[in-house]
Design a protein around this ligand. Structure first.
Ligand SMILES: Nc1nc2c(c(=O)[nH]1)N[C@@H](CN(C=O)c1ccc(C(=O)N[C@@H](CCC(=O)O)C(=O)O)cc1)CN2
Length: 332
């Protein structure tokens, strides 16, 4: 296609996206709240991604001898971890990925766990491996992440995948990072030249996210070309507020309940909540809340993700995508 025509089409598409986003109709992934803002429907976006993947995998299977395969390694019986792994197994089944869980006891030693990971690394029938985090305290999380074959590292936690990502080289990207990017893209929120504030500098989320957000979209990595400010626990509260007030997009991944409040947000901004915090209600029940004070933020922001129902389900969908990519690479 002629270059100018192509540019026109892209411009037209972006205009449509902006318009439909205003109307809260973008692909049915937005829900109009009673306040000003639209709620980004993470469950719907996850379904959309999984439906697309199911089609791709069905087509891929016509030319390959077996389904993509995923093994989750679960150490101990932490109820939240058990639940997340179950969600991963369900999602795998729904998109056509073979999956199984290796349940290991809490008492396992680090070298025994690495031995198990090596078995999976050497098994040609396994495309993707994940070790559910957190692992018990007597085991080094870093050593475990580094033990997974980088080509099977569908969590993107191995040091070589983390390093490649920094250098704009093809790599597995952590699923939560991909989920945030997918939520932003599928909502039609522009990032090019925009100011994004990331709260939280964890090696698995905040740091890689801030790298992809500012990177250029060269190779296959989803660079987003934004200006990024990375805040963390030592950012003074008044400075944090100054930065978030200037931001077009605020992403919080700190584990601090209700850190981000409505008065800290610029009118019309997009707010993505990566926090998963369990709190006790006054009635003595356990409730899942994010880092964002949803009720005050939804009055000011144009788009906001809820917890639950925001980043979490999309994280699982992106794990499926990474597993499919691992299988493609395996047979390449
Ligand atoms: N090996 C990994 N360990 C962990 C990861 C990870 O990406 N890889 N991330 C988190 C846990 N996690 C996935 O493993 C995860 C967290 C939350 C959800 C989710 O769907 N949450 C629901 C609410 C579920 C609930 O009621 O608890 C939601 O937000 O709507 C999925 C996956 C730490 N460990």
């Amino acid at each position: 296609m002629h270059y100018k025509k192509l540019l026109n089409r892209i411009y037209y598409f972006k205009k449509c996206v902006r318009k439909s986003s205003r109307q809260c109709l973008f692909h049915n992934v937005l829900i109009q709240s009673e306040s000003k803002g639209c709620i980004i429907n993470g469950k719907r976006i996850a379904e959309e991604i999984q439906n697309e993947l199911k089609c791709s995998i069905t087509e891929w299977l016509t030319k390959h001898p077996r389904k993509p395969s995923l093994v989750a390694v679960l150490v101990g019986e932490d109820p939240a971890s058990v639940k997340y792994v179950e969600k991963k197994m369900e999602a795998a089944q729904s998109v056509g990925i073979d999956s199984r869980t290796e349940n290991l006891p809490n008492t396992i030693t680090e070298s025994q766990l690495i031995g198990k990971i090596n078995e999976l690394n050497n098994d040609p029938a396994v495309d993707g491996i994940l070790v559910q985090l957190p692992v018990p305290k007597h085991i080094s999380e870093r050593n475990i992440c580094n033990a997974v074959d980088p080509l099977k590292d569908v969590d993107g936690f191995h040091f070589s995948n983390a390093g490649k990502l920094c250098l704009n080289m093809n790599a597995f990207v952590p699923c939560t990072v991909l989920a945030v990017i997918e939520l932003i893209k599928r909502t039609g929120v522009e990032t090019f030249g925009k100011h994004v504030v990331v709260c939280g500098r964890s090696k698995n989320i905040g740091l890689p996210l801030s790298i992809l957000l500012h990177s250029d979209a060269r190779n296959e990595l989803p660079g987003l070309e934004a200006t990024v400010t990375l805040c963390h626990r030592n950012t003074p509260p008044e400075q944090l507020e100054m930065f978030t007030k200037m931001a077009d997009i605020v992403i919080s991944a700190t584990g601090v309940v209700h850190l981000i409040k409505g008065h800290m947000i610029k009118e019309g901004a997009c707010v993505i909540d990566v926090g998963i915090n369990r709190i006790q209600t006054p009635e003595g029940k356990v409730k899942l809340v994010g880092d964002v004070d949803f009720d005050s933020v939804v009055k000011v922001a144009k788009h906001v993700t809820p917890v639950p129902g925001g980043v979490g389900p999309v994280t699982v969908a992106m794990l499926m995508k990474n597993t499919y990519l691992a299988a493609i690479n395996h047979f390449r």
